[in-house]
Design a protein. Structure first.
Ligand code: BT5
Length: 248
């Protein structure tokens, strides 16, 4: 993989910029990273906020030969890569909360935003990630940083380089059925969500059950009254802590 890394001191959102490039046919391996985002985005119009220089804020353009329904696996691949990079550089081993958070205990260390882009060059996925390095996120949010968890100071660019190494390895896995199965297994091992009680809000129904695993396309498999059902990241899923669940 040839990485083409674009650095911005300040930008509205690395995901927005890279999605625009992807539409114009930018090649796989284009990466944007910024010291500061003035309009960092989370999912569902939420905001991602980090003071200048305190986080790795980056977006990676991938064009795996997967169908639209499987592209979520590419987001999982980046989440697992971020986890592996953090272990290498700081010893912090976050767990993953489905679909897209890296947690230490109940506190959010990083968030991912995957966006599918249709372009003349075919389907692409822009995977954005924000990892708190020296600042533990906005007030009132249950969040933490690598510095708080390990005492280790990591420069954003150093983490980006290791992250891209890890992504290169998992990107290759996306190309074969065996590779995707090994990614799925790594994903299940990292997910703290499994075994937990979850509440799924569909457009016109609410379901609850116990998360049991992820299927071949990265959907969450939930045991709902003895029947296994799969849900994708578009369904709004509320995860309750084990404490809350045990009070049921
Ligand atoms: C996410 O959304 O967790 C995805 C965040 C993706 C951010 C990256 S940064 C580079 C790239 N460019 C972008 O514009 N975005 C991506 P979500 O699950 O919706 O979580 C958003 C929620 O996380 C907010 O509503 C806050 O409660 C919380 N939050 C905001 N900033 C945070 C921070 N620095 N650390 C921890 N939590 C934060």
């Amino acid at each position: 993989m040839i990485w083409r890394v674009e650095h911005f001191e300040e930008i509205d959102s690395t995901n927005s910029w890279l999605a625009g490039e992807a539409k114009d046919g930018a090649p796989e391996g284009t990466v944007a990273y910024a010291d500061f985002q003035s309009a960092g985005r989370g999912r569902l119009d939420r905001k991602w906020v980090s003071p200048p220089g305190s986080a790795l804020l980056c977006s990676i353009l991938l064009r795996p030969s997967l169908g639209a329904s499987e592209l979520y696996l590419a987001v999982a691949a980046v989440a697992l890569s971020a986890r592996a990079a953090l272990v290498r550089l700081s010893g912090v081993r976050p767990s993953l909360k489905w679909p897209n958070d890296l947690l230490v205990g109940e506190q959010k260390l990083a968030g991912l935003l995957g966006e599918i882009v249709q372009s003349t060059a075919g389907l692409a996925v822009v995977v954005g990630i924000g990892i708190n390095l020296s600042d533990a996120g906005p007030d009132g949010v249950r969040a933490t940083s690598v510095l708080d968890e390990s005492g280790v100071t990591i420069a954003p660019r150093a983490l980006l380089d290791i992250l891209l190494e890890e992504v290169e390895f998992r990107r290759a896995l996306l190309e074969t059925a065996e590779g995707r199965e090994s990614l799925r297994q790594e994903y299940e091992r990292a997910l703290v969500t499994l075994g937990q009680s979850v509440r799924i809000e569909l457009v016109n129904a609410v379901r609850s059950g116990i998360a049991r695993g992820v299927d071949a396309s990265g959907q969450l498999m939930v045991d709902v009254d003895g029947t296994t059902m799969s849900f994708n990241a578009g369904d709004v899923i509320h995860l309750r802590s084990s404490e809350e669940a045990s009070r049921d």
